[in-house]
Design a protein around this ligand. Structure first.
Ligand SMILES: Nc1ncnc2c1ncn2[C@@H]1O[C@H](COP(=O)(O)OP(=O)(O)OP(=O)(O)O)[C@@H](O)[C@H]1O
Ligand SMILES: [Mg+2]
Length: 226
């Protein structure tokens, strides 16, 4: 199952944000790396279909179910459980089944005891886990994660990584952005390096960290891991 991008570009108000992206993703666990402003989040939104490309094309496999979790996930002004139920409700899942699937998802992220708490008063790490539960409850085949641990302390970050591993083991493909190279190493099977809105390389993760193909990647790794 592949998501295919051909010559994809996005220009907003005359500013080129993403350009000439041709690649295939979705086989396993992919990390998109690159400096601030490289275009990682924008590319993720294009891939998820939230932004319309101004040039080129994207092809999703037929009947692909996909989800996305944002860096600062928006919580509805209601309980954690109702937040997880919401996506299921939109899909027409009702009654006891909906509540059970939402509770199962909260259990899988380790938060069953917070089900009745107002979601907006949970800590950042807890909200991030509720957002993962909300996405996971819909059983997506492909899950996009934008900086899933960016503002979390190390313990919460590890917990979120554990959940990502579990989601992947349950069969979902993952495409995520991260600034944490250790995290990319622990999670990703392949790395996409971006800079200036362009993809510089797409390489198996072990090879990327051992022997990146481009000078740009060598510079990036030197700067990020002095
Ligand atoms: N609608 C827009 N109009 C103009 N410029 C935009 C728009 N959306 C994004 N940009 C710019 O495009 C660039 C890429 O943004 P993007 O958020 O994709 O970067 P990123 O790689 O995710 O960065 P970070 O690591 O900081 O999250 C940035 O310079 C941003 O300011
Ligand atoms: Mg970003």
């Amino acid at each position: 199952m592949w998501l295919e991008l051909s010559d994809l570009g996005l220009t907003e108000n005359g500013v080129c944000i993403v350009a000439d992206v041709t690649l295939k993703v979705g086989a396993g666990r992919t990390a998109i790396l690159g400096p601030n402003g490289a275009g990682k989040s924008t590319l993720l939104r294009l891939m998820h279909g939230l932004l319309k490309p101004s040039s080129g094309s994207l092809q999703w496999p037929q009947d692909l179910s996909q989800g996305m979790v944002f860096q600062r996930p928006a919580m509805l002004r209601t309980t954690a459980l109702a937040n997880v139920e919401y996506g299921l409700k939109l899909r027409g899942v009702t009654g006891a089944e909906r509540q059970q699937r939402a509770m199962d998802a909260l259990r899988r992220v380790g938060l069953p005891e917070l089900a009745g708490r107002p979601a907006r008063r949970l800590s950042g790490g807890e909200q991030q886990r509720v957002a993962l539960a909300r996405a996971w409850a819909l059983e997506p085949q492909l899950l996009f994660l934008d900086e899933p641990t960016a503002s979390l302390d190390p313990a919460s970050g590890r917990e979120v990584e554990r959940i990502i591993h579990e989601i992947a083991e349950a069969g979902a493909r993952i495409v995520m952005t991260t600034h944490n190279l250790g995290q990319a190493r622990r999670i990703a099977e392949e790395v996409i390096l971006m800079d200036g809105g362009r993809v510089l390389e797409q390489t198996p993760a072990d090879e990327f960290f051992r022997q990146p193909r481009t000078e740009a990647a060598r510079c990036f790794l030197r700067e990020e891991m002095p």
